[in-house]
Design a protein around this ligand. Sequence first.
Ligand SMILES: [Zn+2]
Length: 201
Amino acid sequence: MTDFELPPGEKWRQFELYALGFRDFADVRPDVPLDPFRLARFANLLIVSFDQIKGLNPDVREHLLGEASEKWSGGACSIPLPDGRRIVILNPNHGRMRTNATLMEEVSHVFLGHQPSRLKVVAETPGGRTVSREYRKADEEAAYATGAAALVPYSALRRFLLEGQTSQQIAKHFHVSRELVEYRLKVTRLWRTYRSAHSTT
Ligand SMILES: [Zn+2]
């Protein structure tokens, strides 16, 4: 691997290397979109749609899909199924691009071997408690950053940038949000180059 394929900064190089490992594992080249739903199977995650959750209080359901919908994107359940898989629930109101980032973060937690530091009760219903895992702050950063790097690898990001593509075009190519591409441009220190190339946008 040549040096320019990794971003500056020790921490970001490390995230990039993990992310490239995920892509290697999925057998997906750095310049094509990565489908986190495919990786989720390797990570032993079972994606359950919100509608499949039984016994959820109608008020809770309405709250989660209504006024609280912007406040949650998804999460993994703390207790694995008998076959070892863990259930992941994703917010059905969020578009595919946002969901890709959410799911990729959950996959990263698994591949990076993060252990939840504590459990958080997200809903109490007559049928019992819904518990979600919480990770340490450093693990949250690592999972999000590595997931984002897996979705938008540095080498391809840099190349598309030098070809004059906008963050919107790059986002469309990788099936992620423009915000995620711009986050990647910032953390890999390509933002200034990007801004000077697209100073009118
Ligand atoms: Zn997380």
